[in-house]
Design a protein around this ligand. Structure first.
Ligand SMILES: [Zn+2]
Ligand SMILES: [Zn+2]
Length: 244
């Protein structure tokens, strides 16, 4: 049974936001959706961070359930990431527009792509007790007027029925943009950046973010949730970049 909001969305005939062809209620048309959505391939993607090694001539598929080199070397924080779409053309336009212009209807589109892949992964996923978005910096909140991860998490909560618990994770300090930093620099800048505040019996949490690039933000936030008593963390990201 659909919620009233979902029924209204399905009645509205907004065109596909990428190509302008017929679509339903702000969603992508079929060809655009199949182009941008993230299809997990157990032989090519890291089972934890979804990294796909760049193709180097002959393709050598990884062994099933393999982790990438970086994940093998890092401490286990979140156990697995699920992504809704690739952060690559043409889908990256949608995310850039969402973050720059704050179009809230896009949050619903990202959440629906992510929810579809969560359902596909369902048999191997633990039951989540709450969705916790990565909090924005104060500077980013003032600039955008919204927290992209928070808006996606709100839509995802509506689709999945898993409650949203934004107050369970907070920032301990303000930082500058990490856009141009490599993994080591990002790791240093996010060390101790988050603090979890979880009631007893926190269970498994879905940590929501907009884009997974190096994974350092998700790792720092997951570590904070685990320190605060979470049983485990699944990273839920709207988009995954192609490289780290
Ligand atoms: Zn389209
Ligand atoms: Zn990995």
């Amino acid at each position: 049974m659909y919620s009233i909001r979902e029924r209204i969305r399905r009645i509205l005939r907004a065109p596909c936001p990428l190509c302008g062809l017929a679509a339903v209620g702000g969603d992508l048309c079929r060809p655009c959706e199949s182009e941008v959505s993230f299809e997990f391939d157990a032989r090519r993607h890291c089972h934890r961070c979804l990294y796909q090694a760049p193709s180097v001539g002959l393709e050598r598929p990884a062994a099933p359930r393999a982790l990438c080199e970086a994940c093998c070397q890092r401490p286990l924080t979140y156990v697995r990431a699920i992504a809704g779409m690739h952060f690559a053309a043409p889908g990256d336009q949608l995310m850039r527009r969402f973050k720059a212009q704050g179009r809230l209807t896009d949050a619903g589109l990202f959440a629906r792509l992510l929810w579809r892949n969560m359902q596909a992964a369902c048999p191997v996923l633990p039951q989540l007790t709450a969705l916790v978005p990565i909090p924005s910096s104060r500077e980013a909140m003032l600039r955008r007027g919204l927290n992209p991860a928070g808006e996606i998490a709100r839509e995802l909560a509506g689709l999945s029925g898993v409650p949203l618990r934004g107050a369970w994770l907070r920032r301990t300090r303000e930082t500058h943009s990490q856009k141009n930093l490599d993994w080591h620099a990002r790791q240093a800048s996010v060390w101790g950046l988050y603090e979890g505040r979880i009631p007893a019996g926190g269970g498994w949490l879905g940590l929501v973010d907009d884009v997974l690039t190096t994974g350092s933000t998700l790792e720092a936030a997951s570590a904070a949730l685990l320190r605060a008593g979470a049983q485990g963390v699944i990273a839920l990201v709207a988009a995954r970049t192609l490289a780290k």
